[in-house]
Ligand binder design. Structure first.
Ligand code: ATR
Length: 302
């Protein structure tokens, strides 16, 4: 015999193949500014619908002065969880009650908040999402390898942390503003004394020493007028290349990587992997929802 509740769920699934919004609907969302370009609502709502979960995910464009109030809203309205995106990933640390994982505290940026009975727990799923994507799409394992990180902002920090955490042997950091690259180098050295970390102002060093992996963690390539984050022809040999940008799906940087015959991928895989990890943290469900998300992304790409 099925319990009565299961029967109710079956009837409801038969009558409403996608859950209707009703008085039981659970609320999730993303806080950012700007946020209207975000694909997270598309991804999470597709998963909720496919798994018949009575939940919705909305995008909230939050002004800086209201960020604290927005976090209080998670608690006061009983939202189940949120993602946090640019420019609030670092500020989010001030508004959660705990950051349970050492790695997430180290990165110093959160993208996922879980509301655990009124206690707000912060996580970073970007870093593990990045490692999953490079492992699965590019079959690249950073252990013992030399990597070049382009950029020194929030995204670059997550990427560099992830590479050092995954036992990269050496990490070069290049940034338009060299002081920020130097700052990131010093910060990382404090956490990963066994990894060689070097901030560079030119690519000279890479003519002599081979980089196995290059990642674009700058925003260069999002707009047509952007410069290349680097000229890959300056490398001394072939490298595996990852671009965090997924829109456009092929930046000029990735196009060049392809023309040079380098194995490369854009940020779609990371987008789906970090979203799937957030979903797992919120719901405690174990199934891999990336396939649903990848389908949605493929449709979106057209
Ligand atoms: P995110 O959180 O996405 O990393 P961010 O912290 O604003 O965003 O960082 C953006 C990164 O892209 C920075 O490394 C930035 O370089 P600066 O530190 O010199 O600003 C880099 N970037 C943005 N536009 C750039 C451009 N036109 N040329 C080179 N680097 C650029």
């Amino acid at each position: 015999m099925f319990p009565a509740y299961t029967l109710v769920v079956f009837i409801r699934m038969a009558v409403f193949p996608t859950s209707p919004i009703d008085a039981h609907t659970e609320l999730y969302g993303i806080f950012g500014n700007p946020v209207r370009h975000s694909l997270s609502p598309l991804l999470h709502n597709a998963v909720f619908q496919r798994l018949h979960l009575n939940a919705v995910y909305l995008a909230f464009q939050v002004e800086k002065d209201f960020l604290g109030l927005a976090f209080e809203g998670i608690r006061s309205l009983g939202m189940k969880g949120v993602n946090v995106t640019v420019p609030y990933k670092e500020a989010a640390l001030n508004f959660v009650d705990d950051v349970p994982e050492d790695l997430d505290r180290g990165i110093g940026a959160l993208n996922t908040v879980v509301n655990q009975k009124g206690r707000l727990l912060g996580f970073n799923t970007d870093a593990p999402g990045f490692l999953t994507a490079v492992k699965e799409e590019l079959e690249f394992n950073p252990r013992g390898k030399k990597a070049l990180v382009l950029g020194a902002g929030g995204a670059a920090r997550g990427v560099a942390f992830a590479l050092a955490y995954a036992h990269a042997d050496k990490i070069w950091i290049y940034n338009r503003t060299p002081e920020k690259a130097k700052g990131l180098q010093e910060y990382l050295e404090g956490y990963f004394p066994e990894t060689e970390i070097e901030s560079i102002e030119t690519f000279e060093a890479l003519k002599k020493e081979k980089a196995h992996f290059v990642v674009n963690a700058t925003s260069c390539g999002m707009k047509e007028t952007d410069p290349l984050p680097m000229d890959l022809r300056l490398l001394s040999g072939e490298a595996v290349v990852y671009d965090l940008i997924y829109s456009p799906s092929q930046t000029p940087f990735l196009k060049l990587a392809g023309e040079l015959g380098f194995k490369c991928a854009n940020g779609m895989g990371m987008l789906a992997a970090q979203a799937a990890l957030s979903f797992g943290l919120w719901t405690g469900r174990k199934e891999d929802v990336r396939e649903i998300m990848s389908e949605v992304l493929q449709k979106w790409r057209g």
